[in-house]
Design a protein around this ligand. Structure first.
Ligand code: GRF
Length: 220
């Protein structure tokens, strides 16, 4: 095996429970899907929920499930994103978090944070990456005039929505006109795909191809 191949992460030890954190900025329907479908099942526990916004509905969902929450507004760190992200990382470390899930977290994470959780940050994006990266993905897709929309769950790297793809699902919506039309369908897909990706991670079924490249192998 080459040294490059040896350095690529294998699937985790499925024998131990998975402690995960969710970062969310908005309404938190994806957090709710994780609470309903994976929290407390097969050794998976959501042990911390973080937001950058004090009024995020996601925080209320976490509190209702008795999960510790914390808010890290950028303004409290003088706009220093790296410092804010390291504070988040330290808080997550205190909670012994292994996997970080971004569920509508509308901030870019700095490299220092990603180094604390190598190959252990995943994101859900409402488009078929690499199409329509970044903000307003559904608006971008509508303006482009696509007929097929979709959802991607991927590992997070230092780029914007550019990390290795874990799962994708497409849906034909040739008559969609508004973002509400599209999100009405995409949210349902997200609420299946993201919990499934977390379950796969938890049982050690995800592995970056040891032969190299970006492909994420999924063990059956
Ligand atoms: C989702 O559409 C997700 O793809 C995007 O942000 C949205 C969050 O929705 N990254 P919610 O807060 O989970 O309801």
């Amino acid at each position: 095996m080459s040294s490059e191949a040896q350095s690529r992460p294998a699937g985790r030890d499925a024998g131990k429970g998975l402690r995960l954190a969710v970062l969310a900025s908005g309404t938190g329907t994806n957090l709710q899907a994780l609470l309903d479908q994976v929290h407390g099942h097969d050794g998976v526990e959501i042990v911390a929920v973080v937001s950058n916004k004090p009024d995020a509905r996601a925080l209320a969902r976490a509190r209702a499930a008795q999960i510790p929450t914390a808010v890290f507004p950028l303004a409290e760190y003088g706009g220093d994103r790296s410092a804010r992200d390291l504070a988040i990382g330290a808080w997550l470390r205190e909670h012994d978090v292994e996997l970080v899930v971004l569920a509508g977290y509308m901030q870019i994470l700095s490299e220092g944070f990603l180094k604390l959780f190598p190959n252990a940050v995943i994101n859900v994006h409402p488009a078929l990456l690499p199409a329509f990266q970044g903000l307003d993905a559904v608006g971008q897709a509508l303006r482009y005039g696509v007929k097929v929309f979709g959802v991607t769950v991927h590992f997070v790297d230092s780029g914007v929505d550019s990390g290795p793809v874990i799962a994708q699902r497409a849906v034909a919506l040739p008559d969609a006109r508004t973002e509400d039309d599209v999100f009405a369908v995409l949210h349902g897909i997200e609420h299946e795909l993201l919990p499934e990706a977390v379950r796969l991670y938890a049982r050690g079924a995800l592995q970056l191809d040891p032969a190299g490249g970006r492909r994420v192998l999924i063990a059956s």
